[in-house]
Design a protein around this ligand. Structure first.
Ligand SMILES: C[S@@+](CC[C@H](N)C(=O)[O-])C[C@H]1O[C@@H](n2cnc3c(N)ncnc32)[C@H](O)[C@@H]1O
Length: 285
């Protein structure tokens, strides 16, 4: 039997492999409780292959059996599948704070521009979600010519390709009020929505490795949420210093709900909102 080691769709599989792939899908749905409907088969297959390689399994059948006999593999598979997980306005309480900070920036008439970096932006929900907030503030304060730019960066070129397309499953939009969806998205069909050009225009994406590459410069806000949890503490501390360097005085750093500032950067930043993991570079720095 010839085994296709790089299947991209269910049609590439023989009957047995198809059956085990479906069993794996069912495991992901019922045991890991991950909603697989928003993913294409080739994405899930690629992620499964990462774990299959690590566990030296050649087929879905072998991997399914490995998963059932090695309890520690459950968590590893979960991590691998959720590495790019994101959504618009993820953690709504943080976004309420982000709204207030952005509103203060935009209403200040002496300020002509705003630069925001979404580091580890995955498929673009975070930078587009922030761009919507900026646009709303610009409308509210009648600042049509305000120069706002949001840069989304990630190490993974595939998620960036999705970000540039700007087409999202309705489930990714569940935190957004219907009025915002109506204003800033075009409905393509029952499930898919495309971000409008007026938002796309202020967001750019580029490949960037937080560990190896130098930081962007002259930022007023950096969001780096649910990214550094995957790094060890020493690397996290180095990245926090890069963020300090990247920010203008008075600029904000926003981490994920379970992430916390530590190391030398902790002494340099002021804590702005401990619960929401928001830190500020002092104005006098
Ligand atoms: C869970 S997503 C977070 C998305 C978004 N920030 C959010 O909170 O919804 C983590 C992202 O970090 C990216 N990432 C992992 N290592 C990275 C690195 N060294 N440099 C830049 N991005 C990285 C992954 O590719 C993934 O898209």
């Amino acid at each position: 039997m010839v085994i296709n080691r790089n299947p991209e769709s269910i049609d590439d599989l023989d009957a047995i492999e198809k059956m085990y792939y479906k069993r794996l899908l069912n495991y992901i749905k019922t045991v890991l409780k991950i909603d697989v409907t928003q993913y294409k088969d080739n994405y899930i297959m690629r992620r499964l292959r990462v774990r299959m390689k690590a566990t030296k399994c050649n087929t879905f059948k072998e991997y399914y059996e490995y998963l059932r006999t090695h309890p520690e593999e459950k968590e590893k598979l979960e991590e691998t599948l959720t590495v790019n997980v994101t959504e618009f306005w993820r953690d709504i309480t943080v976004y309420k704070e982000i709204q207030k900070i952005i509103d203060n920036f935009v209403k200040d008439k002496s300020r002509k521009k705003l630069r925001i970096w979404s580091a580890g932006c995955s498929s673009g929900e975070e930078p587009y979600g922030v761009a919507i907030i900026v646009k709303e503030a610009m409308n509210k304060h009648n600042r049509k010519l305000f120069d706002a730019k949001i840069t989304g960066t990630d190490i993974d070129k595939e998620v960036l390709a999705k970000a540039r397309r700007g087409v999202y499953h309705i489930k990714q939009l569940k935190n957004l009020p219907p009025t915002i969806i109506q204003k800033y998205f075009t409905k393509l069909n029952e499930e898919e929505y495309m971000i409008k050009p007026e938002i796309k225009k202020i967001v750019t994406f580029k490949i960037h490795d937080l560990i190896k590459d130098p930081p962007l410069k002259n930022m007023d806000m950096i969001l780096c949420r649910n990214v550094i949890i995957y790094f060890d503490k020493k690397i996290q501390a180095e990245i926090f210093l890069k963020f300090y360097e990247a920010l203008n005085p008075g600029g904000f750093l926003i981490l994920g709900k379970t992430e916390i500032l530590h190391g030398k950067a902790k002494e340099l930043f002021k804590t702005y909102n401990a619960r929401e993991r928001i830190y500020q570079k002092p104005l006098e720095s």
